[in-house]
Design a protein around this ligand. Structure first.
Ligand code: SAH
Length: 399
């Protein structure tokens, strides 16, 4: 059991005078330049629990603290007397679970989406009896043993996969690692989404194994696919492609550069009794080849990995989205549909929309936006962290 100090022996973090307004209003973070940084404060162990106190000695809550991070304090509770123990975490997980059970019939979803679920820096995805966990902050890393116990309390998962390999951990001074924390995992796991069955590889797959965030966008595309040909670029394990095939597309092509992803897509297609033609290729090269060959599709999907990984690649990434939109739009038959998406944190929704419309214009195409959407409701947003809405998807009909 981790040694958690009780509420009176917890170290205190003092906000500077006049710096508590945003936090009091509801923001869940305190930045390092808002804190009175004494030598004792600087020496606190990263990820430890602290009581948050304002310049007038009013106690404002409890959070985790990392003296080496710009986001120094992350709020756990506005009750400064709250003990942060297994029971506390179980309660938070139970709230998150109750929301997902309201949203979905089947146990496949993002169970915890960090600050929005009052568990800052924590992401948990659920695949039935199996879960993946990402602790993205020093605070969550320190709480991980308690969290695993709390998860056991609540769901008794047969396996927990720690996907602690996200680059954001470096900002917190944490190592990157992947491991199975409990139970066993034998090959890909099954999941269900919008009535389709998929296989996801939680150990070698991208991110946490499945992109639950596109659930509603996949349903929106599938609803247009009947009687049309469909091509899905950056298909990964076939999320869009297979749902379109199930909805009655005449032909479905999935393009990805990863052999492993296409193998999962093929296996999932068979499981759903549909056919998907898998093409292993670089997306831009394949788009260019198809444009030159004069091929056209009723529905074109392009949901790539993040082109903008950090602020410094903003310009290059923006160009990438413009090019992708131009090429993908060129492949859409008149009256057909285009879905383009960006999961780059550092690409604002209006900036993405701008690249998309310039791409369409270079392709000489006009049309209308049918849907402008983000991630599904199992990825809720904290009202004070609008910038955490990383996913942008635009669905258009082109003339
Ligand atoms: N659209 C997918 C998620 C995409 S994840 C879904 O709905 O689940 C990004 C995918 O793009 C990965 O499978 C990766 O292998 C693939 N990829 C990355 N760069 C690529 C490139 N240049 N050409 C083709 N595929 C690429």
């Amino acid at each position: 059991m981790t040694n958690i100090p009780d509420t009176t022996s917890r170290p205190q973090i003092h906000l500077q005078a006049g710096r508590s307004r945003r936090f009091r209003a509801g923001h869940p973070w305190i930045f390092s330049n808002e804190i009175t940084m004494t030598p004792e404060t600087k020496a606190l162990v990263p990820g430890g629990l602290v009581t948050i106190v304002d310049a007038g000695e009013e106690r404002l809550g409890v959070g985790t603290f990392n003296p080496h991070s710009l986001i120094a304090v992350r709020l756990l509770s506005r009750d400064a007397d709250q003990t942060i123990d297994q029971a506390f975490l179980t309660k938070r997980l139970r709230n998150a679970l109750a929301l997902r059970q309201t949203l979905y019939d089947r146990p496949y979803y993002r169970l915890v989406h960090a600050e929005a679920d009052e568990l800052p820096g924590l992401v948990i995805d659920r695949y039935g009896e199996i879960v993946t966990l990402q602790a993205n902050t020093a605070g969550m890393e320190a709480l991980q043993p308690l969290l695993l116990a709390a998860l056991d309390d609540l769901l008794a998962p047969t396996a927990v996969v720690l996907k602690n390999d996200s680059a954001v951990r470096k900002l917190e001074g944490l190592e990157l690692y992947d491991r199975i924390a409990g139970g066993e995992l034998d090959g890909p796991v099954e999941l269900e989404e919008n009535g389709a069955v998929f296989f996801a590889d939680l150990v070698t797959g991208q991110k946490t194994g499945w992109f639950f965030d596109q659930r509603d966008n996949r349903a929106a595309v599938a609803a247009l696919a009947k009687g049309r040909s469909v091509i899905d670029f950056y298909s990964y394990a076939g999320g869009f492609a297979i749902q379109a095939a199930r909805a009655g597309a005449t032909r479905v092509v999935a393009v990805d550069r990863s052999e492993g992803s296409l193998a999962l897509a093929t296996r999932s297609a068979e499981r759903n009794g549909v056919t998907v033609e898998c093409v292993r290729a670089e997306a831009f090269a394949e788009m260019e080849r198809l444009v030159t060959a004069g091929q056209r599709f009723g529905v074109v999907i392009a949901d790539p990995p993040a082109f903008v990984k950090s602020k410094k690649d903003q310009a290059a990434g923006a160009k990438g989205y413009r090019k992708m939109s131009r090429l993908a739009a060129s492949l859409v038959e008149p009256g057909g549909f285009l879905l383009v998406a960006s999961c780059s944190h550092h690409m604002a929704p209006d900036a993405f929309a701008e690249e998309v419309r310039h791409g369409l214009s270079s392709a000489g195409r006009s049309g209308r936006i049918l849907r402008s959407a983000g991630a599904g409701s199992d990825h809720p947003l904290h009202p004070w962290l609008p910038e955490s809405a990383y996913l942008k998807a635009l669905l258009l009909q082109l003339d």
